[in-house]
Design a protein around this ligand. Structure first.
Ligand SMILES: Nc1ncnc2c1ncn2[C@@H]1O[C@H](COP(=O)(O)OP(=O)(O)OP(=O)(O)O)[C@@H](O)[C@H]1O
Length: 464
């Protein structure tokens, strides 16, 4: 008796998706059957079993999630979930329930075929997707790079593996750490965050491991450290790259043995804490430079999630900006504003050294200062001046602090002169020395410009 070769089933209401996927799988030598909805799958299940099911999540009638629950009861598997909804909650729920893979639509056909073949070889247990819960962390993004991040979060959240999150400042490292926690079985236990760089190194040890009363001057009472506070949950160690070497050694011992003492304590404490660490630094480089222990890095860097800078995924900007405008309005109790098309184009072109946090702050600022309900390109010019102003204000503050400390005179006069001169020079340069245009561009009268120019010229030699 020849055994009939088991088929791969595709359930999707989108005929186009079914068609191209089925073609690709047939080209790769598989037998394929297509279904337009869950009912058709259920009916077929009464007489046969697939080698594997690829299912969409949202379909008319019964959705893919509830279909999967039914399949679990019948012991059918493996199942690969395909969805355009790539939020962390859905992805994580799929993996948590045992889905063998999650294909974010639109997907690459080669990738889909590879996923099917992997799943067939592994022959894993039945996979199921539960209905997605509302995500508390609200990580947004539609770019391919962020979809990959969501997939990775979903895949590792349920495990107890240590995760190292890398990425520039403001790329969402803490949000990812929270998502890992929320999507894990530890979610009902505490999520405790500690910014290693923000705490003086002499306090860091007791902050992490706690201390007994009298352990050091000022320690009047026993104090539980973050490790104890996070018991059963997740400890997020931010800016791990800045941790002093001595403490790295201590942390390594705790991670290796799962036990620690409070500062000044004798009682050995056993902890069950998942560590998620983050850094904006190149940890490999710090290891090479002898500033970070290689063995600690290996312990922390079991799974690495690298967050892309916002300027490398500009397609996420409109989505994030609209979200931040809405939340800023709610938070500040102001009417919601929206971007004109031209303004949206402009904000997509910016570079955002501060990444998502910078975009979020820009949206808050615009909610407060933009005059109309619609944000226009001119409003962004203001926003950007206010923003870049922040950088030179910092430099100015440094300068003023030094001048004040040195007891210098006429600090205000000299600063004003430098300010006027810089603006004038920049404006004249931008307008080929045309005074009237330069004055208009600066928003001052021509007379004011001439006067300042004169003052600046005459005072310049003595000031320099
Ligand atoms: N993908 C995202 N979707 C929605 N909000 C985001 C996203 N990424 C970052 N944010 C928001 O941007 C801000 C900065 O994020 P977060 O604090 O997680 O960054 P970080 O990488 O930990 O920064 P730092 O390295 O400076 O500590 C937060 O308000 C966060 O909510």
């Amino acid at each position: 008796m020849t055994k009939q070769r088991a088929e791969i089933w595709i359930a999707d209401d989108d005929r186009g998706v079914r068609f191209v996927l089925a073609e690709a799988l047939r080209d790769a030598g598989h037998a394929v059957r297509e279904f337009g909805d869950a009912d058709a799958v259920r009916e077929a299940l009464q007489t046969m079993r697939p080698a594997l099911l690829l299912t969409d999540v949202r379909m008319p009638g019964e959705d893919g999630l509830s279909l999967l629950l039914a399949l679990k009861e019948q012991g059918v598997g493996p199942v690969i979930v395909m969805s355009a909804y790539t939020d962390v909650a859905t992805t994580a729920a799929a993996y948590r329930a045992g889905a063998v893979d999650y294909l974010a639509k639109p997907f690459d056909l080669d990738q889909a075929v590879a996923a099917v073949e992997r799943a067939l070889i592994d022959e894993p247990a039945v996979s199921v997707v539960l209905a997605p819960a509302a995500p508390a962390h609200a990580l947004l993004g539609e770019s391919a790079a962020m979809r990959e991040v969501f997939r990775l979060i979903g895949r590792v959240a349920a495990s107890d593996l240590n995760v190292l999150i890398t990425g520039e400042t403001g790329t969402g490292k803490e949000l990812v750490a929270r998502a890992l926690h929320e999507e894990s079985a530890r979610r009902s236990r505490p999520f405790v965050a500690l910014n290693t760089a923000a705490i003086p190194s002499e306090l860091l040890e007791s902050e992490l491991f706690g201390h007994e009363a009298g352990a050091f001057t000022g320690a009047t009472r026993r104090h539980p450290g973050r490790f104890e506070q996070a018991e059963g949950g997740t400890l997020f160690l931010d800016e791990i790259g800045d941790m002093p070497l001595a403490l790295q050694t201590r942390l390594l011992r705790v991670l290796a043995g799962g036990e620690f003492y409070r500062v000044g304590g004798r009682e050995l404490i056993r902890g069950n804490v998942r560590i998620v660490a983050a850094t904006h630094q190149d940890l490999d480089q710090r290891v090479a430079a002898g500033q970070f222990r290689a063995d600690l890095k290996h312990r922390l860097d079991v799974v690495r999630i690298a967050l892309p800078a916002l300027r490398t995924r500009r397609s996420d900007i409109p989505l994030l900006a609209q979200h931040f405008m809405a939340s800023a309005a709610r938070e500040l109790n102001l009417p919601a504003k929206r971007f004109s098309r031209a303004a949206l184009k402009l904000i997509e072109q910016r570079d955002y050294p501060g990444n998502v946090r910078e975009l979020e702050n820009l949206c808050r600022r615009l909610t407060v200062i933009a005059p109309g309900v619609e944000i226009l390109p001119a409003d962004l010019a203001d926003g950007s001046a206010a923003h870049t102003g922040h950088d030179w204000a910092d430099a100015l503050r440094d300068w003023a602090e030094q001048a004040l400390a040195a007891g210098e005179e006429d600090i205000h006069g000299r600063a004003r002169e430098a300010l006027d001169r810089t603006l004038l020079e920049a404006a004249l340069a931008a307008h080929q020395g045309h005074r009237q245009h330069a004055a208009a561009a600066l928003g001052v009268g021509r007379n004011t410009l001439t006067r300042k120019l004169g003052a600046s010229r005459t005072r310049k030699p003595s000031g320099a």
